[in-house]
Design a protein around this ligand. Structure first.
Ligand code: FEO
Length: 163
């Protein structure tokens, strides 16, 4: 049986992963409307990854005898200054998610739920990959120094999303 505190913090994470998915969908839509097909493709794939993350939390809570709750979500932003500002927001968001996963790790240790502690480690590794991928994208953007987004966008098709 899942500890109440762990059930609650995992349910909060369902909301964060679902919001992540919607945020990246919104960004993908913006990219598509601004002629950035490669960026849109990357963001649509990322939105799918986030949905998969959300499903993992739902399954885990229910498998352990808890109740996964599907939340209402706030509307994500839909206007972005440019592609650089967009990816800076992605980075900020992923750092926020990493901090939130760390809080779950801390909570599992606090209540000595070592099963959940073991389970959440997959997300600890995942966040390292997610931040590294976005960092690599931001590095490319820095090199371009505001020029030639066409090449950046084309190259982005070659950068896979984290799994
Ligand atoms: Fe599910 Fe990008 O964190």
């Amino acid at each position: 049986m899942l500890n109440e505190k762990i059930e609650s913090i995992l349910n909060q994470q369902i909301e964060k992963e679902a919001y992540s998915s919607n945020l990246y969908l919104s960004m993908a839509s913006w990219a598509q409307n601004n002629g950035l097909e490669g960026t849109a493709e990357w963001l649509f794939a990322q939105a799918e990854e986030e949905k998969m993350h959300m499903l993992k939390f739902i399954q885990y809570i229910n498998d352990r005898g808890g109740k996964a709750i599907i939340p209402a979500l706030p509307q994500p932003p839909h206007e972005f200054e440019n592609v650089q500002e967009l990816f800076e927001q992605v980075m900020k968001h992923e750092q926020y998610i990493s901090a939130s996963i760390n809080e779950i790790v801390a909570a599992t240790i606090e209540v000595r739920d070592f099963t959940s502690n073991n389970w959440i480690q997959w997300f600890v590794t995942e966040q390292i990959e997610e931040e590294a991928t976005v960092n690599a994208i931001l590095d490319r953007l820095k090199l371009l120094d505001g020029k030639n987004f066409y090449l950046f966008d084309r190259d982005l098709k070659g950068i896979r999303t984290a799994e």
